[in-house]
Design a protein around this ligand. Structure first.
Ligand code: BYC
Length: 318
């Protein structure tokens, strides 16, 4: 249908779909900028899920009980699944999955800054669930209403699973807080290390975010980085109180005039350093992913050979 329309008509159709709050689907014409932005965001999100398996995967063999191990295995497997739906969503926009992977393993495409920090003790698993998945939910629930259909639909299932991830983390921390003094210290130490990096997950301040205005206009993003960061802080402070941990920010306090918590200045120099590849674990994370990709080459070759064989069989039968 779209082949018969002129470029201005196609553009009007696109703008109308966005204005009506309807979904853009793979069959629809989109401006090149929309396609590029969507592929960039979805690919970075997919890479984050895949790299995000490493910090927690590191603890699967050392989980303190069979129950904790089963939960952690399920969570890390969910993250692999999220990566796969997201790569598929990027493919519907014409992206090539092999190319996206190549960009990740050669450090040419970003993934979330948060996964460049180490997991030093088992409380980190709980704090990642509580804070990192909590931040992810805050950021991703509005993406269920994102204008690109395949992304928005993938996000519904992802958010349901993230919700389980957040709860398992909080439950783990509750258990540790009811344990020994040493366990409580482990939870506080992990909270101290993950709090600020979690706030950085929402991206640069709005004034320094080159993509937000256009992404909001295209309804890819529904809220700005600062709005979502504030929502996360407001949601998390009472959770920290219920848990009995202190968030490592002396400036954190309720502001009755704003109806929000005020919080201290984020170290944006550190954020930029991590984004530039010089965070504590960037090199290790990318090297690990590259090795896994190379070691998996025979699986991809075998799967392709099997698919070709099945196709030949079907053709012969037909
Ligand atoms: N880390 O103009 P801005 C998960 C980049 S997965 C690294 O504000 P935008 C989970 C940004 O990409 C978590 N890079 O950009 C998984 C842009 O780069 P370009 C991932 C960051 O796109 C496993 C530049 O900085 N979640 O939760 O409008 C286990 C300028 O920023 C970061 C998603 O991907 C960062 N923190 O907004 C547990 C959600 N922040 O232009 C949990 C979907 C910014 O050089 N993505 N950058 O390519 C989004 O919502 C948006 O892309 C962002 C950034 C809010 C992240």
């Amino acid at each position: 249908m779209t082949a018969t329309l002129s470029e201005p008509d196609l553009e009007r159709h696109f703008e109308g779909t966005i204005a009506r709050d309807a979904r853009i689907e793979p069959r629809d014409w989109v401006p090149e900028g929309y396609r590029k932005t969507m592929i960039r965001q979805i690919a970075q999100h997919a890479h984050s899920e895949i790299i995000g398996m490493q910090p927690e995967g590191n603890w699967i063999t050392r989980a303190p009980s069979l129950r904790r191990k089963a939960i952690l295995l399920a969570k890390v497997q969910d993250e692999a699944g999220h990566g796969l739906y997201l790569y598929s969503a990027a493919e519907t926009l014409g992206a090539d999955r092999a190319e996206l992977t190549e960009k990740l393993v050669t450090g040419r495409q970003k993934y979330s800054s948060i996964f460049n920090y180490p997991t030093l003790n088992f409380a980190d698993v709980g704090v990642i669930g509580w804070l990192v998945d909590g931040a992810a939910i805050c950021n991703q629930v509005p993406l269920c209403r994102s204008s690109y259909g395949p992304y928005a639909r993938a996000m519904i299932r992802i958010c349901k699973e993230e919700s389980f991830h957040q709860r398992q983390g909080y439950e783990l921390l509750m258990t540790m807080m009811k344990g020994t003094e040493q366990q409580r210290r482990m939870v506080q130490d992990a909270t101290d290390r993950w709090w600020w990096p979690s706030l950085m997950m929402f991206g640069p301040p709005d004034a320094d975010s080159p993509n937000t205005a256009q992404s909001m206009a295209w309804k890819i993003k529904r809220h700005t980085n600062d709005e979502l960061r504030q929502r996360f802080v407001d949601m998390t402070v009472p959770q920290a109180e219920a848990l009995g941990v202190t968030l490592p920010d002396p400036e954190l306090r309720w502001n009755p005039e704003r109806g929000h918590y005020d919080f201290g200045e984020i170290d944006w120099t550190e954020f930029k350093r991590v984004l530039s590849g010089a965070g504590p674990c960037n090199a290790e994370r990318v090297a690990h992913r590259r090795a896994a990709h190379e070691n998996g080459a025979w699986v991809r070759e075998a799967a392709a050979a099997h698919a070709a064989k099945s196709r030949r069989g079907r053709e012969k039968a037909a």
